[in-house]
Design a protein around this ligand. Structure first.
Ligand code: UDP
Length: 322
């Protein structure tokens, strides 16, 4: 079995590469290293540097290997930035993905596992958010993911591909065996920011909004460990290649933690004081985002194993501790 992992030097991609190599799948990583890191590359995987926006790069990699499946992680992912620079997100996320589909078609690669996001749902109309929830993204980033999902659905309908669209909730944590150590630069997500505050790289952090209608007033999110995500990708591959053809599913735990709860747990795990101040709400942040997880269990038999918040934080502290 040969897999092409596009964006395989990045945060989630590199964890999936480990899971695939652990199962003796022959992996080629294709990455432009714009945010991905060489140090995240597993030596069992082949690496080819290239950009999904350059047709010559894509042709080169597809020509070189006869792939059974593509895993596609190469995307920009900051919702706030996407509202300021939609063109950048359109090019990288939408045009880039369509180019991949084009290359797959040309080189007869029939299977793709795509990184989607809970951002496709937008404001939650009800909790937990299951896959039947309306799809109304409230930021351009979420819109790009939805457009790609729609294209995947069309390509499948036209008989060109089998696909899995995996809607991640809040991905967090680092490989439990400590094999991935590349840190994201200038993170905007909560957990890396907490870690950088705990290790002293930031003097303090902000809690965006403490007047939400939640128990402690801060936002609640559903955090999922990357090792759990990686396992789900392997199972999704087996599912779509084993005759089921398509899968759209949430990947999450179904359990939420508030921002203040996470900070409190992190203070315990790290043994450091985490200075924070209460700030205004961040635009576009829903109060509660918690997933329905039945479909992943019913289709893949998958559920999170490593995603309690302490396990997530401990695995991150190993990487961030000075
Ligand atoms: N958050 C925060 N301070 C930060 C970064 C994030 O209070 O420095 C909050 C954010 O408002 C949200 C939660 O933490 O309620 C998770 O944010 P993140 O950006 O990690 O993921 P999102 O749920 O927005 O995709």
């Amino acid at each position: 079995m040969r897999a092409l992992v596009i964006g395989g030097a990045g945060y989630i991609g590199s964890h999936v590469v480990l899971a695939l190599c652990d199962r003796n799948i022959e992996v080629t990583v294709f990455d432009n290293l714009s945010t991905g890191k060489r140090e995240n590359l597993d030596e069992r995987a082949h690496f080819t540097r290239g950009d999904i926006l350059l047709q010559t790069d894509l042709e080169r990699v597809f020509q070189a290997g006869k792939f059974d499946i593509v895993f596609h992680f190469a995307a920009l992912k900051a919702p706030e930035e996407s509202m300021l620079l939609p063109g950048k997100y359109a090019r990288n996320n939408i045009t880039g993905s369509l180019s991949i589909l084009d290359a797959m078609d040309k080189y007869n690669v029939r299977n793709i596992v795509f990184s989607s996001s809970c951002a496709v749902y937008g404001e939650s109309r009800y909790i937990p958010i299951d896959e039947k929830h309306p799809l109304k993204p409230i930021n351009y980033y979420g819109y790009t993911k939805l457009v790609i999902e729609e294209n995947l659905s069309w390509y499948a309908r036209l008989g060109k591909i089998n696909y899995a669209a995996l809607r991640y909730f809040n991905a967090a944590g680092y490989d439990l065996d400590g094999r991935i150590r590349g840190r994201e630069q200038n993170p905007t997500n909560l957990l890396p920011i907490i870690m950088e505050t705990a290790n002293g790289e930031r003097p303090s952090m902000e809690v965006f909004g403490t007047d939400y209608e939640t128990e402690d007033g801060s936002c609640i999110r559903d955090y999922i460990h990357v090792n759990d995500l990686a396992e789900a990708h392997f199972q999704a591959m087996q599912y779509i290649m084993g005759g089921q053809k398509t899968l759209i599913t949430n990947l999450a735990t179904g359990k939420g933690y508030s921002v203040l709860e996470v900070i409190e747990s992190a203070a315990k795990i790290t043994g450091r004081a985490i200075a924070y101040h209460r700030a205004d709400r961040r635009e576009g942040d829903p109060a509660v985002v918690v997933a329905g997880t039945d479909r992943a269990l019913e289709t893949l038999g998958w559920q999170a194993k490593y995603s309690d918040i302490d396990t997530i934080l401990k695995s991150m502290w190993k990487v961030y501790k000075h």
